[in-house]
Design a protein around this ligand. Structure first.
Ligand SMILES: [Fe+2]
Ligand SMILES: [Fe+2]
Length: 422
């Protein structure tokens, strides 16, 4: 599978180089129409906005632009931008899931790489005996998500996304992990577990501006590993169990993000076929989330003696009850669109405005990109910002009107988005 992936990446890189060359010729021979957004004019605009001209120039010099290629065929620029952002998100998801699979999953021909860490697997299996299988299956799904979306972009003459040059972060030194460059960092996570209380609330919805307390407050108060950093992390028992517990909650954090991202972006898609892609991939993220939501509830209460991280008993006071009870794993019905409607069991949030930036911001706050280069943040924020520029509030959308009152807007999300100021 990796060989096939490398082959695909090679193809995409060749394609990107060809596209850049084609565009160069076009720029010299064709006066661009007023409404067209060439890659170069986008770069000028985007980089002027971000003030990262040198980085942008380097990207062009490499001949590997990953964003704002002109869409062609039947894809609109907006649809292509949405697919590119999703391809990037799926590549990042794949990178982190691969790291989990090398140490805690099943390494086979479907998901090769690594040889497992017996002590880490044993701790994960406290959450569920099938954890290695689930980790394997989630990892394989992510491979197929980005590979499919990139192949679809390619088939429409639009540039696929390739982040290979940013595979620079270190691997775990624990026995069982490969020693290769990574896109994401699983060893300094600050995991937001407010999804836990968000999906248990019967009266609140983030699309109305509501906020939710974390299930595991300690995970927001530091940087914690979700995989063993080295074999020194395999003991004492409550330390490796805390690492496995952190992973258990992180799995659900990642997948609830995808669960919201697809329906949020689907509202802005114009092509029925692109809509079909989003509506067909999105619910698999929900299937992952539902599984991990259940498993996280099995994480044993403990205190990590090495750093004081506490996993409380979520079924006992001051926790417990509607907001914390561990077997409430299905979305409680809550308010949606307007308080005048009856409550309904739904995915939340699904606000479309600022969704891409919001997702990027959440992944950054999670600590996944600690150690990444400025160029990496520039590319990712441009992928999100390009779509952000395309998106305008939809006057006919009740949800958007409703959210104008209490929820996020594009500008709100952009304004407090650290990436925008790079
Ligand atoms: Fe995915
Ligand atoms: Fe996913």
């Amino acid at each position: 599978m990796l060989d096939r992936r490398n082959h695909n990446h090679k193809k995409f890189m060749e394609h990107n180089a060809q596209q850049a060359q084609k565009e160069e010729i076009m720029e010299h021979t064709v006066q661009p129409s007023k409404n067209s957004t060439s890659r170069r004019s986008f770069l000028r605009q985007g980089l002027a906005l971000g003030g990262a001209g040198a980085i942008g120039a380097a990207l062009v010099a490499n001949g590997l632009p990953v964003f704002a290629e002109e869409a062609s065929g039947s894809l609109t620029q907006g649809d292509a931008a949405i697919l590119r952002f999703l391809a990037a998100a799926e590549i990042l998801e794949t990178d982190l899931w691969v790291q989990y699979n090398e140490l805690g999953g099943i390494q086979d021909s479907e998901v090769p790489g690594g040889s497992g860490s017996a002590a880490y697997i044993k701790a994960l299996e406290v959450l569920d005996g099938d954890m290695p299988q689930y980790i394997h299956d989630n990892t394989e799904d992510e491979f197929t998500h980005f590979t499919f979306i990139n192949a679809y972009l390619d088939s429409k003459g639009a540039a696929p996304v390739n982040l290979d040059r940013f595979r620079t972060l270190p691997s775990s030194k624990a026995t069982g992990a490969r020693h290769i460059g990574r896109l994401t960092n699983l060893m300094q996570l600050t995991v937001d577990t407010s999804w836990w209380t968000r999906y248990r609330s019967r009266t609140k919805n983030p699309d109305f501006g509501d906020t939710f307390p974390p299930a595991i407050p300690g995970l927001l108060k530091g940087q914690f590993p979700a995989i063993p950093r080295s074999d020194a992390d395999l003991s004492p028992k409550n330390h490796i169990q805390a690492i496995a517990n952190t992973a258990g909650f992180h799995f659900a954090f990642i997948e609830q993000g995808g669960t919201s991202l697809y329906p949020s972006l689907a509202q802005r898609v114009t092509s029925p076929e692109v809509l079909r892609i989003l509506l067909s991939i999105g619910p698999t993220e929900t299937a992952h989330f539902q599984t991990w939501h259940d498993k996280a509830g099995n994480a044993p209460p403990l205190r990590d003696p090495t750093n004081g991280l506490v996993f409380p008993d979520l079924n006992a006071p001051p926790f417990g009850g509607q907001d914390f009870q561990t077997n409430l794993i299905m979305p409680e019905p809550t308010i949606f669109l307007s308080r005048k409607f009856p409550v309904v069991s739904i995915i939340r949030p699904t606000e479309t405005v600022g969704a891409a930036m919001g997702a990027l911001k959440a992944l950054t706050a999670d600590g996944l990109f600690i150690g990444q280069s400025k160029a990496f943040f520039t590319v990712l924020s441009e992928l999100a910002a390009w779509q952000h520029k395309q998106m305008r509030p939809n006057a006919g959308n009740t949800a958007t009107r409703q959210s104008d009152v209490g929820a996020r807007t594009n500008d709100d999300v952009g304004a407090d988005h650290g990436l925008c100021s790079l």
